[in-house]
Write a protein that binds this ligand. Sequence first.
Ligand code: NDP
Ligand code: GDR
Length: 383
Amino acid sequence: MSSEVQKVALITGITGQDGAYLAEFLLKKGYLVHGLKRRSSSFNTDRIDHLYQDPHELGRNFVLHYGDLTDSTNLIRIIQETQPDEIYNLAAQSHVKVSFDTPEYTANADGLGTLRILEAVRLLGLIEKTRIYQASTSELYGLVQQVPQSETTPFYPRSPYAVAKMYAYWITVNYKEAYAMYACNGILFNHESPVRGETFVTRKITRAAAKIALGLQDKLFLGNLSAQRDWGHAKDYVEAMWLILQQEKAEDFVIATGVTTTVRDFVRLAFAELGIVIEFSGKGEAEKGVIIDREDDRLAELGLNPENIKLGQTVVKVDSRYYRPTEVDLLIGDPRKANEKLGWKPKYSLDMLVNEMVLSDLKLMKKEEYLKAGGFDTLNYFE
Ligand code: NDP
Ligand code: GDR
């Protein structure tokens, strides 16, 4: 054990994709990790169950607290009790499309929630001690004005989510300037992983591709196939969050790969990983993706039955219900500042990301396939 004092981190949104990767990352670095989780009527800790430590054990370094970003007094109490050296504010209603349905709640949690954290640190006299990371987003750029987007590109948010995050961005800058707080924005472009929420487009695609390959689903319905995103891996991006809080001076950073891909191409890549070749034809709502070829060696390698993959079958269709009232068409990040000042570079390429996500979903869906075929009698197969 080193003689260094153990650092304490508080992660809001610890049950989400990034919270889970960040918690694992900080625990490996020797941190005492506190996490804020919401009360829910069913278990919501799937992504962090492997990190759980029994509260009856002494010397725990992973502790969860019930809380909510809409509840100031709760946040003040938890920050007072935990006295964190670093707060990572990752909690948010993070779905852009859902923010059009729940704009007020999104503003409260994503916008005012950030203010509540900053105010709590200030009121508790922790300005000197506590560094704050705010989960800002490439959605701030919104309507395309220039590419690639960097720290100096103007914002033009295009959803209630992005507008709420814009408030959070500026209140973080303001508290840094007004109170000399160490408070930073990481402007992160899209990042994904096998534990990405199932309704974000990459995961929706990798899950459906696996199900279609196993004959468990016929079609995948998507919205705007032409949207372009700069997709990285969450594992790389949580390392950048940590690096942002280890600098001498608080600064904001863009974290991105610098490569952009259409949703359509992500679909092609995901199916190709399973040995299924897709071609798109048609325009707008009439566009569709059809299986035009099959790689039998790859199917055999993955234990897939070629009979489930029928040439000429339409597997992707457009459903306008997934369109957004206002869309963000093109995101490409310029990560040069992070490369130069943080020494940060992504280790994952898009191909590696797609490979990991597709194979992970194939494994999950195989379990579903066995269950469907054999009921609970097949469960011991997985032991
Ligand atoms: P997720 O949606 O996977 O996780 C969001 C987390 O926030 C969950 O733990 C969720 O809890 C929690 N949460 C939601 N509302 C509240 C609330 N009112 N109070 C307390 N906790 C709440 O998001 P990601 O992990 O993907 O993203 C992390 C952060 O980074 C978010 O702020 C997101 O907006 C931002 N971001 C994400 C990017 C990405 O590509 N992933 C890119 C740029 C920014 P529960 O599990 O109970 O729902
Ligand atoms: P995004 O991610 O809105 O960029 O926000 P999402 O995966 O939801 O959408 C990416 C693009 O794909 C298009 N799309 C679809 N999206 C979804 N969810 N479902 C569909 O069926 C579908 N079809 C096409 C979308 O229109 C969009 O253009 C994510 C979130 O993690 C935010 O919290 C984060 O701030 C940003 O990334 C950076």
